[in-house]
Write a protein that binds this ligand. Structure first.
Ligand code: NAI
Ligand code: MG
Length: 493
């Protein structure tokens, strides 16, 4: 068991406020909520519970900061974003521990994915600040100098979930700040700590007050007033599809721009000719990475019927070998789920699956090992005997639960893969290059991985089709989501 770093203990010992206009404030109501370590069930900190009045203050601060921020030299915006990336990379060990304590994820995973990718996002978008260009338009109908300007949409409300608490801050802040927008960020109530630490880092590197404001609090009391606020021009949201609908409803008053990154039920197809070692490894990560709490989780595994037996046997063996434990322990393979609510939701789905006729091949319950019972640990679970009509094959479980089914032709595999209301991602395992491209084209999903799964890069756009939402994250496309085009006409006649 590693000891908690001094910087982390010091951070936890401080009482944190909402960041509004560059300063920490109590919520106007003075209410705070508990932040729980999901590995132990212990309260490790408290955070202010923002309400509508605090959201008003934060939006006012973001509006006040907007004119100067959008007018700031792009090279200066670049410098601030770059410095923020550097600060995140510098504090990687502390930030990884904060994520482990708050979200439950193993520090090794946070150090491999969450923290370096967050740092890279800030640096990547630092590079874009100087490359936001308009165009001159050739006009046929008269003598004009006509050109476009790409301008920031204005004040952005960013509402994010708990599965990648710091990384989601990066997804939303990187492109919006590069575009010249100012932001009110609402982290998830389960995991507010790394966003509060990031707020401190933004003050440290010199972001002007009000450019980013952080309001911690609950969905109904802090998220909903932000989504409805007339002073907010755009909402960028990641979370549950049902919450996405509520946000759309709330945003219609002033016709906000909305980007939604919602749920998924992604298929992962293993063809008979696949490199089985690689497919197994990839499937394993697709299902169990981040305790299965990934919107892109490859929850529906379809294996060619001829390879089912060996594949399932090896998957089950590996699932049984996973070491559960605190995310702070370097020997831990898998941490706890984020909250008691999520634990109940996931074990509830496993029970539903069994009631519908699925067979538990591995796991299937909350972990009862000594030392784990106070935390929200679920054993890595493999369900066999599933079919398309079962709820466990249609709804997002968001936990370490693999459903394995079979197919007997390529057409059938594609039909099964597309038989979902979601369209976030998919995986294909095959050595046949023609089939790989054919199936990648046939699947209705925003990302298709071939002979890999879950790979991300800051330059590659990512986002859903169908009920997984709209609007891309990362890459140049995400930048475009925070810009609007103005056309200027100058009469030269
Ligand atoms: P959620 O969608 O309710 O929460 C995400 C964020 O939205 C949080 O910051 C929350 O405070 C906020 N929020 C909630 N209600 C709101 C409202 N009415 N207006 C504005 N903001 C609101 O997700 P939750 O309840 O934490 O998790 C439930 C399920 O959602 C999970 O089991 C999982 O299936 C799915 N989910 C999917 C995610 C994804 O990345 N696709 C991320 C998190 C959850
Ligand atoms: Mg919710």
């Amino acid at each position: 068991m590693t000891t908690v770093l001094e910087g982390v203990s010091a951070f936890l010992a401080r009482e944190h406020g909402l960041l509004i206009a560059g300063e920490e404030h109590d919520a106007r109501s003075r209410e705070r909520f508990d932040v729980v370590n999901p590995a132990t069930g212990e309260v490790i900190a408290t955070a202010p519970s923002a309400g509508a009045a605090d959201v008003d203050d934060a939006v006012a601060a973001a509006r006040a900061a907007l004119p100067a921020w959008r007018a700031l030299a792009p090279t200066r915006r670049a410098e601030l974003l770059w410095d923020l990336g550097t600060a995140v990379a510098r504090d990687a060990d502390e930030l990884a521990q904060l994520e482990a304590i708050d979200n439950g994820k193993p520090t090794g995973e946070a150090l491999a994915v969450d923290i370096p990718l967050t740092a890279e996002i800030f640096r990547y978008y630092a590079g874009w600040t100087t490359k936001i260009e308009g165009a001159t338009i050739p006009i046929s109908s008269g003598s004009f100098h006509t050109y476009t300007r790409r301008e920031p949409v204005g004040v952005v409300g960013a509402i994010i979930p708990w599965n990648f608490p710091l990384l989601m801050c990066g997804y939303k802040l990187g492109p919006s700040l590069a575009a010249g927008c100012t932001v009110v960020l609402k982290p998830a109530e389960q995991t507010p700590l790394s966003a509060l630490r990031l707020a401190e880092l933004m003050v440290e590197v010199g972001f002007p007050p009000g450019v980013v404001n952080v309001v911690t609090g609950f969905g109904e009391t802090a998220g909903a007033p932000l989504a409805a606020h007339p002073g907010v021009d755009k909402i960028t949201f990641t979370g549950e599809t049902e919450t996405g609908r509520k946000i759309l409803d709330a945003s219609k008053g002033n016709l906000k721009r909305v980007s939604l990154e919602l749920g998924g039920k992604s298929p992962n197809i293993v063809f008979a000719d696949a490199d089985m070692d690689a497919a197994l490894q990839g499937t394993f990560g697709a299902v169990f990475f981040n305790q299965g709490q990934c919107c892109i989780a490859g929850a529906r595994t379809y294996v060619d019927a001829r390879r089912e037996e060996e594949f399932v046997e090896r998957l089950v063996e590996r699932a049984r070998d996973i070491r559960l434990g605190s995310g702070l322990d370097p020997d831990t393979d898998m941490g706890p789920l984020v909250s008691e609510e999520q634990l109940r939701r996931v074990t509830g789905y496993i029970e539903t699956g069994v009631a519908e006729g699925a067979t538990v091949l591995a796991g299937g319950s909350r972990a009862d090992d000594p030392g784990l019972t106070a935390g929200y640990f679920v054993r890595p679970t493999v369900l066999g005997g599933v079919n398309q009509s079962m709820r466990v094959m249609r709804e997002e479980i968001f936990g370490p639960v693999a459903m394995v089914s079979t197919f007997s032709s390529e057409e059938e595999a594609v039909a099964l893969a597309n038989d979902t209301s979601y369209g976030l991602a998919a995986g294909i395992w095959t050595r046949d290059v023609k089939r790989a491209h054919r199936v990648a084209a046939a699947i209705d999903a925003g990302t298709v991985w071939v002979n890999t799964y879950g790979w991300f890069d800051v330059a590659a756009p990512y986002g859903g089709f169908k009920m997984s939402g709209y609007g891309k994250e990362l890459g140049e496309e995400a930048l475009g989501a925070y810009l609007q085009t103005k056309t200027v006409w100058v009469d030269l006649s």
